[in-house]
Every structure is written in structure tokens, then in C-alpha cells.
Design a protein around this ligand. Structure first.
Ligand code: FAD
Ligand code: 2MC
Length: 382
């Protein structure tokens, strides 16, 4: 195979530079403050949206950037070098925008995409419930047709952006048990009967709110239905294929930033009369970290190419990339922290936040156990 197959195209490298410039100028200087103040930086996300980063793989004819999943992964990695949490939120918003473009009708595209693309509207994705996380098809939030409306009752749990977002792409039960009874509805924030729980106190991801979303007789017009009744579970899973690549990319950017910080530190810090970088343990650890990040990048980009090509094994590759990259990068970030000794544990050195932020990537968008389930099913054919 041609070696160039393993290099990014010129246009993608330029895109990376733009995203990295934005991450370093706008996200990195404030990331720690946002984490500590639990501030959701919507204005800064709008600035990213102005660069096309809120609708990266929405088609150009729909007003999006029309880029590939590989381009998107490169952008999310670069943004995460400034702040993994903000990059991950942009990924969720991108996922919703893409689902509307891909599965919505002309009226839904016309109503929402011109608002979502510049992020005048912020979007959330609501699948998880208090009683069903991994077993998403067991969801119980019910939407009952009442004339020209649906009436919703139930609760969504752990919804990123909830309370601030203007639009909730929500998976509900309109039919019988199991995945075939699930539909997807587009629910605006101002819907009567919609309310939110308290902002959860979390280990990381503090620069975005996480709340429950409560439907108590909430009424939405029937035109809120995405596609047809019964298609919602498949839409939700298709959205997550790309979401899982992006979350992996966010882990990669976070871990790369941690390694960069550690690399600078070990050359300055001295112990036993030498630089910490002079210990062979330090050198071997740095070598392993770099190797692990390159292995992650290679698998992630391969999975992106599979999704771009709509390959039959794309879902399994997305799951492999999500599992391997999020586990590996969390470990790499923790190894980087160790190289700073006690200073690594202090907030101002920036690495402990990365370790806290990356921890949840092993849990959300499908736990890494669920990723193994998807991969094993693809091997065993059941
Ligand atoms: P459970 O499903 O109860 O799992 C508990 C444990 O059992 C886990 O270790 C799990 O891996 C394991 N397990 C379950 N089933 C199996 C199995 N078959 N085989 C082996 N092990 C298994 N959800 C949204 O819909 N939208 C969001 O925006 C969103 N944002 C989130 C933000 C944060 C900060 C967090 C923490 C979560 C968010 N989630 C969101 C929810 C997230 O996707 C779920 O937490 C996740 O899917 C796991 O579900 P659960 O927490 O109910 O765990
Ligand atoms: N793309 C398109 N369709 C898919 C699909 C995919 N990737 N995966 C499954 N489907 C279809 C599948 O083909 C089937 O359709 P049909 O009945 O027409 O054949 C249907 O969906 C049901 O699929 P399964 O039989 O595989 O369903 P099952 O109930 O066994 O669940 C599992 C599969 C465990 C993989 C799924 O429930 C899952 O992904 N769980 C994890 C939930 C999750 O990831 N939550 C993340 C919430 S979002 C978040 O955390 C954020 C931070 C935003």
C-alpha cells in the first residue's frame, strides 16, 4: 500500500491548523476557569461554529461544511487539545445536526439547520433514562398520539447541555417493547410540560451541564417526528457511530495535550542532580506514550474511513476505536500526570483536569463494555 494512504490530505491538515489555532487561542487559556466555575462557554462554541465546526458533516447543500468523518475526528482532536469537554459538547451538537440533515424532512431541515449551524440554537441528544442506559432499547418515556400532537411522559437522565440547549433530539416509545417501538422527536426547550433536573455534580466534564429532562404531559406537534414511527432506535445508533469516533478523538486530543505538558516539564525539573528526562524510566514512558497515541490515531482514522465509505463493518470499527482509544488515552494522560510528581496533581498544571475529563469517555456514548459487546457480536454473528 502507498505510504500516502497513511498521511492526511493537505486540506485536512489545513483544517487541523485552524482548529488547533482556535483551541490554543480561545479554549486553552480559559479551560481551567470554566471547569472550576462550571461554566458552559456557549459564546466560544458559537465562535467555533462561525468556523464551520457546529455542522462539520452536515451536507453542503444543507448549509453544513460537508466534510468527512476523518476531517471531523481531526478537528475534534485539535479542539480537545484546548479543552476535551468543550470539544465533546461540539461533537454532541454536530451529531444532532447531522441526524436532522440525514433523517429529517425538508421542513425540519429548513426550521432547524439555519439555527444549529451557527449555534444560535444549541442541541442535545436524549437517549438515556434513569432505568435504562446500556440497554437503551428498554427506554420507557412514552409519546402518545393525541390528534395532531404527541403527548410525552417520562424522564431522560444525564443529558449533556440540558437546561441550556434549545433543542432536544429525544428517543421515545411510540409503539411496543424493544427497539422497534422507539421513535425520535425534535423537542424545543419552550415546549409546555418540559422541565429540567438539577445540574449534576461531576468528576469532570464540568464545562457543560448534565441534567435530567422531565416530560410531564409535554405536547409537541406531530411534525416533531424524525422520519417515521419505529425508526428512532436505528437513527439513534447511526448518530452514535459518528459520536463514538468523535469522543475517541476528544480523548486523543486531551492525552496529546497531557503528553506535551509532561514532555516540557521533565526537561526542566531536576532530581538527584539531573533532569527528570535523563532517567531511563522517563524516556521509556515517553516512548510508550507516543507509541500508544500513534496506535490510537491509526485505528481511529481507519474507523473514520470505514464510516465515510459506509462499509458493512463500520459500526464494529467505530466501537473498536471508541473502546481502545478512550481506554488507552485515559491511561496515557494518567501516565503523563505521574511524570509531574506532586505538581501533576495540582489544578494549575492542567493535567489533572484532563484525566478527570477523559475518565467519562470510557462510560458515555456507550460504555466500553457495550463496545466489546458490539465487537463480539460482529465476530460471532449474534
Ligand atoms: P448501566 O447501563 O446501568 O451500566 C452499569 C454497568 O454495567 C456498566 O459498567 C456497564 O458497562 C455494565 N453493563 C451493562 N450492560 C452490560 C452488558 N450487556 N455486558 C457487560 N456489561 C454491561 N446519555 C444521553 O442520552 N445523552 C447525553 O447527552 C449523555 N451525556 C452524559 C454525560 C455524562 C457526564 C454522563 C456520565 C453520562 C451521559 N449520558 C448521556 C449517559 C451515558 O450514555 C450512560 O451513563 C451510559 O450509556 C451507561 O448507562 P448507565 O449509566 O445507565 O449504566
Ligand atoms: N446503525 C444503524 N442501525 C443500528 C445500529 C447502527 N450502528 N446498531 C443497531 N442498529 C439497528 C439494528 O440493525 C436493529 O434494527 P432492525 O431491528 O431493523 O434489525 C436495531 O437497531 C436494534 O439493534 P440491536 O438488536 O443490536 O439492539 P439491542 O437492544 O441489542 O442494543 C446496543 C444494542 C447494546 C448496542 C445498544 O442498546 C447500545 O448502543 N447501547 C448503549 C447506549 C448508548 O450508547 N448510549 C449513549 C447515550 S448518548 C451519550 O452518552 C452522550 C454523551 C451524548
Amino acid at each position: 500500500m502507498d505510504q500516502s494512504a497513511f498521511e492526511l490530505p493537505e486540506a485536512t491538515r489545513e483544517l487541523r491548523e485552524t482548529a488547533l489555532g482556535f483551541a490554543m487561542d480561545t479554549l486553552a487559556p480559559q479551560a481551567l476557569e470554566w471547569d472550576q466555575a462550571r461554566h458552559f462557554p456557549v459564546e466560544e462554541m458559537r465562535a467555533a461554529a462561525a468556523l464551520g465546526m457546529a455542522a462539520l458533516y452536515v451536507r453542503e447543500e444543507s448549509g453544513g461544511a460537508g466534510l468527512t468523518r476523518l476531517d471531523a475526528a481531526v478537528v475534534f482532536e485539535a479542539l480537545a487539545m484546548g479543552c476535551p469537554t468543550v470539544s465533546a459538547y461540539l461533537s454532541i451538537h454536530n451529531m444532532v445536526a447531522w441526524m436532522i440533515d440525514r433523517f429529517g424532512n425538508d421542513a425540519q431541515r429548513a426550521r432547524y439547520l439555519p439555527e444549529l449551524i451557527p449555534m444560535r440554537m444549541v442541541a442535545s441528544y436524549a437517549l438515556t433514562e434513569p432505568g435504562s442506559g446500556s440497554d437503551a432499547a428498554a427506554l420507557r418515556t412514552r409519546a402518545v398520539r393525541d390528534g395532531s400532537h404527541y403527548v410525552l411522559d417520562g424522564t431522560k437522565q444525564f443529558i449533556s447541555g440540558a437546561g441550556v440547549s434549545d433543542l432536544y433530539l429525544t428517543m421515545v416509545r411510540t409503539g411496543g417493547e424493544g427497539p422497534g417501538g422507539v421513535s425520535a422527536l425534535l423537542i424545543p426547550k419552550e415546549t409546555p410540560g418540559l422541565s429540567f433536573g438539577a445540574n449534576e455534580k461531576k468528576m469532570g466534564w464540568n464545562a457543560q451541564p448534565t441534567r435530567s429532562v422531565i416530560f410531564d404531559g409535554a405536547r409537541v406537534p406531530a411534525g416533531a417526528l424524525l422520519g417515521e414511527e419505529g425508526q428512532g432506535f436505528r437513527f439513534a445508533m447511526a448518530g452514535l457511530d459518528g459520536g463514538r469516533l468523535n469522543i475517541a478523538a476528544c480523548s486523543l486530543g486531551g492525552a496529546q495535550a497531557a503528553v506535551d505538558k509532561a514532555l516540557a516539564y521533565v526537561q526542566e525539573r531536576r532530581a538527584f542532580g539531573k533532569a527528570v528526562a535523563d532517567f531511563q524510566n522517563t524516556q521509556f514512558r515517553l516512548a510508550d506514550m507516543r507509541t500508544e497515541l500513534e496506535a490510537c490515531r491509526t485505528l481511529l482514522w481507519r474507523a473514520c474511513a470505514k464510516l465515510d465509505a459506509r462499509a458493512p463493518d463500520a459500526t464494529a470499527f467505530c466501537a473498536m476505536a471508541k473502546r481502545f482509544v478512550t481506554d488507552t488515552c485515559h491511561k496515557v494522560a494518567d501516565d503523563a500526570l505521574q511524570l509531574l510528581g506532586g505538581y501533576g496533581y495540582l489544578a494549575e498544571y492542567g493535567i489533572e483536569k484532563i484525566v478527570r475529563d477523559l475518565r467519562v469517555h470510557r462510560i458515555l456514548e456507550g460504555t466500553n463494555e457495550v463496545m466489546r459487546l458490539i465487537i463480539a457480536r460482529s465476530m460471532l454473528g449474534r
